[in-house]
Write a protein that binds this ligand. Structure first.
Ligand SMILES: Cc1cc2nc3c(=O)[nH]c(=O)nc-3n(C[C@H](O)[C@H](O)[C@H](O)COP(=O)(O)OP(=O)(O)OC[C@H]3O[C@@H](n4cnc5c(N)ncnc54)[C@H](O)[C@@H]3O)c2cc1C
Length: 367
């Protein structure tokens, strides 16, 4: 049995950020990492200005051009049939980044270990119970006791499910996505294109690969008559940008709903990153929010008045979720070419009971 002050479950960017902050402040911290290999499918990008945040949490080497690529702009076909470009050259925050996510995640874990975090690799999360402190069993006959638990398990929100905290989905979005050897155009940035029942993105990746994804709602995808390649053939620009290898790529569907937990924290626990709130991939905001609010959660945990610090952190998180909801509606309303599209209508007139943050005046913990 291992004992610690803070047990962080999930060794993604959010979990590493929280663990680094608590370990640096002198709390004994264990980070539970899953033995299953990390996902490597998604090419992800960071908007300008995020280098400073990532460097301050994980160290300056985290965004080296040896492993990741600088992004020099974004292109979009949105609200009109034209391909419009936003060049980062004129952005005072500098360029963005196209990430090798597997490498980024591995380096975040190295940064956590360097900060004094103990990383424990387990096969699965077992029973979680609470007496005087928390007890967490794993599938390896290992168990942990902890004063405080952090759910950083991403969209699966594995710990919150054990605590019987509900997850609220604002939509049923999925990403039908393929990666392949890149023979697309030389543009070094993400390209998005809105279509009748969703939107596409294409991003070149480090290592000569490219990711191409179609985002739509699960129910619309099932009802649709076209397959991924057929829909790609109907796009105005993105099919050409993505290159001919896209035509033989095999896509797979992944969850990509905008969602939030019904309860962000309780007696002796809190949630960070996608476990707390999953943002629409259109925003390219998920990673930065996960790291920023993950680090701030760690800072709150080491304050003398922990309760008050967590409440202030939760209020800031709620504001971020509210701003994201407003921005998402704003972008959906810019796209008015398909007035009868169910996909766009759902986002232009969202059900605010599903998109607004629920964390102000938290209910009492139910376990
Ligand atoms: C299609 C798509 C495209 C995206 N593109 C972008 C983008 O361009 N830019 C951007 O910033 N964001 C993007 N995002 C969002 C981004 O991926 C997430 O916001 C980010 O990964 C959240 O980090 P996290 O640490 O909270 O969760 P994750 O990165 O999901 O990490 C969770 C960790 O917990 C582990 N875990 C899960 N269950 C358990 C368990 N039971 N026990 C132990 N460990 C467990 C996992 O293995 C993983 O290591 C995209 C998302 C999608 C779906």
């Amino acid at each position: 049995m291992s004992d610690c002050d803070v047990l962080v479950v999930g060794a993604g960017p959010a979990g590493c950020a929280t663990a680094i902050r608590t370990a640096r402040a002198g709390l004994s911290t264990i980070l539970i990492d899953r033995a299953r290999p990390a996902r490597t499918w998604a090419g992800e990008s960071l908007p300008p200005g995020m280098g400073k945040l990532m460097g301050s949490v994980f160290g300056d080497g985290i965004l080296s051009e040896r492993h990741h690529r600088a992004a020099f702009g974004t292109r979009s076909v949105w609200g009109s049939a034209e391909l419009a470009e936003t060049d980062f050259l004129t952005n005072p925050l500098g360029h963005g980044w196209l990430l090798d996510r597997a490498r980024f995640d591995a380096d975040a874990k190295v940064a956590a270990a360097t900060a004094g975090v103990t990383i424990a690799t387990v096969r699965r999360l077992g029973l979680v119970s609470r007496a005087s402190g928390w007890q967490v069993e794993t599938g390896d006959d290992a168990s942990f006791t902890a004063g405080f638990l952090v759910d950083a398990t991403g969209r699966s929100a594995a710990l919150l499910r054990q605590l019987r905290v509900a997850r609220i989905d604002a939509d049923r979005q999925i990403a039908i996505l393929a990666t392949f050897a890149d023979d697309g155009d030389a543009y070094c940035g993400t390209t998005v294109e809105a279509v009748a029942d969703g939107w596409w993105y294409a991003t070149p990746l480090p290592g000569g690969r490219r990711v191409l994804a179609y985002l739509t709602d699960d129910d619309l995808w099932r009802q649709g008559e076209r397959d991924w390649h057929g829909l790609l053939g109907e796009t105005l620009h993105i099919g050409r940008c993505a290159g001919s290898n896209a035509l033989s790529a095999t896509p797979r569907a992944y969850p990509a709903a905008t969602a939030q937990t019904d309860q962000l924290f309780g007696e002796g626990w809190l949630a960070v990153g996608d476990a707390a709130a999953s943002f629409d991939p259109l925003s390219s905001q998920g990673l930065a929010s996960a790291v920023l609010m993950g680090a701030r959660a760690g800072e709150a945990l080491v304050q003398p008045d922990r309760k008050q610090a967590i409440a202030a952190w939760a209020a800031a998180y709620a504001m971020m979720v509210a701003e994201h909801a407003d921005l998402r509606t704003h972008y959906a309303r810019l796209e008015d070419r398909w007035p009868v599209s169910v996909f766009w209508r759902r986002r232009q007139q969202p059900d605010e009971s599903l998109t607004r943050p629920r964390w102000v005046g938290q209910r009492k913990q139910r376990v």
